[in-house]
Design a protein around this ligand. Structure first.
Ligand SMILES: NC(=O)c1ccc[n+]([C@@H]2O[C@H](COP(=O)([O-])OP(=O)(O)OC[C@H]3O[C@@H](n4cnc5c(N)ncnc54)[C@H](OP(=O)(O)O)[C@@H]3O)[C@@H](O)[C@H]2O)c1
Length: 282
């Protein structure tokens, strides 16, 4: 029997590519998200191995209903890919608390709720894989990204703790960290940043940063590079704690890990163009 995997946020981008790729690799995939019409389209692309399941990760009743549906098919999940995610971009000072809370609800508490709901069956089986989709922003926080980056830093921390906690139970935990990937996610982020381009206090910085940021997602690799990393994390006998996708972005993490913060700040400013604004203020 195929190992069964639940993918959250499978109606678009990385989750969609992951659901289709895993199905083609022989897994039975439960593809979940809120938009079921999109999921139905995707289920046709998985060689009959994708089952769409409606699930809002911020709604406990919706999570329970989805898991009941999966259990009703006599399936015990081998893997969970926590991919559903949202962003919030803008100056730290100007993003409202509801915007901060909303992104944490999806990216952190949603991930926690789905994982808690799935864990008992994996623990009883004494096997399983949990793949949490983090981000390069979970290691390197750009300006105007504080809300989103802090959710992805939280994913890194909780995944380390969970990996150590679950090792004795035969359950392996990995983080897959995408760099800028060509999905609709980038478009949402650009629209959020655009709201602050005329801001009296931060507008000049936002415009410069946005001009750089706008180029990142459209020129990024397709989501299959992340799907392949997820597949590796699900199938490797000894999966890594972290995968960066695309692999060539690992240099950016090394930069963050080994260089002093001050130097990293200067390099990032040079890359994203904000160096000019610092000079004016210095
Ligand atoms: N694209 C990138 O450059 C990039 C880089 C680093 C990390 N990531 C991470 O990769 C993941 C996927 O991003 P993506 O680029 O594929 O974005 P995307 O194309 O915008 O897809 C986001 C997915 O999350 C789902 N989602 C959002 N809120 C949800 C909720 N409350 N409940 C269930 N599903 C929800 C959406 O489905 P519905 O709206 O249908 O529910 C959609 O399927 C996210 O965790 C993101 O942070 C992306």
């Amino acid at each position: 029997m195929y190992n069964s995997i639940l993918v959250t946020g499978a109606s678009s981008g990385i989750g969609e590519a992951t659901a289709i790729h895993l199905a083609h690799q022989g897994f039975r995939v439960f593809a979940s998200a809120r938009r079921t019409e999109k999921l139905k389209e995707i289920s046709g692309l998985g060689g009959g191995r994708i089952t769409p399941v409606q699930m809002d990760v911020t709604d406990e009743n919706s999570i329970n209903a989805a898991l009941e549906k999966i259990a009703g098919e006599g399936v015990k999940l081998y893997g969970l890919v926590n991919n559903a995610g949202a962003s919030a971009m803008g100056p730290f000072e100007k993003l409202s608390l509801p915007e901060w809370r909303s992104v944490f609800e999806t990216n952190v508490f949603g991930l926690v709720a789905v994982t808690q709901a799935v864990l008992p069956q994996m623990r009883k089986a004494g096997r399983g894989r949990i793949i949490n989709i983090g981000s390069l922003a979970g290691r390197i926080a750009s300006p105007f990204q504080s809300a989103y980056a802090s959710t992805k830093h939280a994913v890194e921390g909780l995944s380390d703790s969970l990996r150590r906690e679950l090792a004795p139970h035969g359950i392996k935990v990995s983080v897959v960290r995408p760099g800028a990937i060509n999905t609709p996610f980038g478009q949402h982020e650009q629209e959020m940043l655009a709201q602050f381009e005329d801001d009296y206090d931060y507008g000049e910085q936002v415009k410069i940063f946005k001009a750089w940021f706008d180029r990142q997602h459209p020129t990024g690799p397709p989501p299959i590079v992340v799907a392949e990393a997820v597949h590796e994390a699900l199938t490797a006998e000894r999966p890594h704690s972290r995968y960066t996708a695309p692999k060539d972005m690992t240099y950016a993490v090394a930069l963050r890990n080994f260089l002093p913060s001050g130097l990293t700040d200067r390099i990032l400013e040079r890359v994203n163009g904000l160096e000019s604004t610092r000079k004016k203020k210095d």
